[in-house]
Ligand binder design. Structure first.
Ligand SMILES: [Zn+2]
Length: 517
């Protein structure tokens, strides 16, 4: 059955750029500085008579972001004054961009699974990306006073606006995650949502299916229908909040529609504690801001500034390459490509492993198909070890990938030991722990030999241990002989225990079966 209602969602994301200096003055750009009101001057305090000078790096980076999002970079662009009064903005206007933003008409493709979304390939059109200055930071103290910190005032801020192309909360959340990855890949922002370096807002309206159409990014009512007002949801400070707030808002609007009610255009905030959106104010329209061209800054040419832009491999391209070329599972590829430092580590591990595989004497005469199968098997193994065992062990020790002492070469060597069954997973995990705890980049083969972690594959010694296990467990042995196959697992376990996990379980199984036949 077709759904009666269709959510229409557009996203607005603000990203603080990590340029050395602020947007229009030479103050250091360090909005998270603990001590308030240190990085300030007459310009970012908005004193009358001061002249703003645009930060060229910020303009270039906005063009870079726009290019990565497939946007057209405008030949000529300008800044505008956006007027409103609030204590975080002493000039009573913000220098922003109105009708000639640096970048327009881009797109991004989201990859989702049909298991959890009703569309898998979702194309989102990017309306625009423009540059503006951040405002001061307000802290409301419990005594009713509000404190103003101007360290953040004048931080270069890029606003990226999409067309209303999202239909679910998951799509919106995935988009925000892609944007964060992009900012980190381009090295223009750390895009840490907790620190406010990336801030998301959602425009949500639920419409009756078939009552509207979207033309060139604009939602229009079909003849004989009326559109429901859109609701802007703010204060989305985490990916979880993005998803929860949108889901909540969709549900809230559907309930109103079911009761035959409507609502006015409004701004709502997400209350994390109550898990609900709360009304903040009815929405101003663009004309309320009385935009006009900033008279103190001449128009500029972003396209000319952007002509030498070098675009690195972008997160989505890397993810696809990790999956198709390296052979990582799709979910591992997704995890490993989300962070550039992890992606570089994974890339280096795989190139070591592929080189190692090709150097093996038995690989030399194999067909390409067999080689490819082997690389795939190796990639699945490496992917699992990277995303669960290494990431897990690092999380336990609070080690970030940026300060990881372990080199991709040595990690690849550990994977090669597991792959060639020179060591079992248990002991490999022990070696990994030792490698991380040693604080230096250590050689896994060396640790294996030193600690005797190598897989016990010597049949004569294993045979002796198997005999001992059989002798020590007459009851289980009898059960197995009587046809209770499941007992075999127990007996293998006993062999593993007797060898402190170093027995080759396959050989142990073969020997047990032989002896109990
Ligand atoms: Zn300043």
């Amino acid at each position: 059955m077709k759904n009666k209602y269709q959510p229409i969602i557009g996203m607005e994301v603000h990203v603080e750029l990590k340029t050395k200096s602020k947007m229009f003055c030479s103050c250091p750009n360090d909005p998270d500085l603990k001590e308030p009101n240190i990085n300030i001057c007459e310009i970012c305090l908005g004193h009358p008579g001061t002249l703003p000078t645009p930060n060229v790096q910020a303009i270039e980076w906005t063009a870079l972001i726009g290019s990565a999002l497939g946007c057209q970079i405008r030949e000529l662009s300008k800044f505008d004054r956006k007027h409103y009064f609030y204590p975080d903005l002493p000039k009573a206007y913000q220098i922003s961009q109105y009708d000639e933003p640096i970048a327009t008409h881009g797109q991004i493709e989201l990859d989702l699974s049909l298991d959890d979304n009703n569309r898998d390939k979702v194309r989102i059109n990017i309306t625009r990306a423009h540059l503006e200055e951040d405002t001061a930071k307000l802290t409301h103290s419990p005594d009713g006073n509000t404190l103003v910190d101007f360290n953040r005032a004048g931080t270069p801020l890029v606003e990226i606006v999409t067309d209303p192309d999202f239909q679910t909360a998951l799509e919106a959340k995935t988009y925000c995650q892609e944007l964060r990855a992009l900012m980190r890949y381009l090295n223009v922002s750390d895009a840490d949502m907790e620190k406010g370096q990336m801030r998301c807002e959602a425009n949500v309206s639920v419409q009756t299916t078939d009552s509207f159409e979207i033309t060139a990014g604009v939602v229009k009512a079909r003849p004989g229908h009326k559109l429901n007002n859109k609701v802007e949801v703010k204060n989305l400070n985490s990916f979880k909040a993005v998803a929860q707030a949108i889901d909540y808002e969709i549900k809230r609007q559907i309930e109103l529609l079911e009761q035959g009610e409507s609502w006015i255009q409004q701004t709502r905030g997400w209350d994390e504690n109550k898990n609900q959106t709360v009304l903040q104010r009815s929405k101003e329209n663009a004309e309320d801001y009385r935009y006009f061209p900033e008279p103190d800054i001449p128009p500029f040419h972003p396209q000319a500034l952007a002509k030498d832009i070098y675009l690195p491999e972008l997160p989505w391209a890397k993810r696809a390459r990790f999956h198709t070329e390296h052979g990582f599972s799709y979910s591992d590829a997704k995890i490993l490509s989300a962070d550039i430092a992890w992606a570089n580590f994974a890339d280096a591990v795989m190139s070591e492993l592929v080189e190692w595989l090709h150097s093996l004497p038995e690989t030399k005469n194999e067909t390409d198909t067999i080689k490819e199968e082997k690389i795939n098997k190796l990639a699945r193994l490496a992917g699992g070890w990277l995303t669960s065992r290494l990431a897990g062990a690092m999380a336990e020790r609070a080690i970030d990938i940026k300060i990881l002492k372990l080199s991709p070469e040595n990690f690849a060597e550990l994977i090669a030991l597991v792959y060639s069954e020179k060591i079992n997973a248990n002991n490999a995990q022990k070696i990994l722990s030792e490698m991380l705890d040693s604080g230096v980049d250590s050689d896994p083969t060396h640790i294996m030999e030193e600690k005797g972690y190598g897989q016990l594959q010597d049949e004569a010694s294993l045979s002796k241990i198997v005999d001992e296990v059989i002798a020590a467990h007459p009851q289980q042995t009898a059960q197995f002989k009587a046809g209770k196959e499941a007992v075999l697992k127990f007996l293998i376990g006993m062999v593993m225990r007797a060898t402190e996990g170093s027995a080759d379980p396959k050989i142990a199984e073969t020997l047990l079966k032989e002896k109990l036949r």
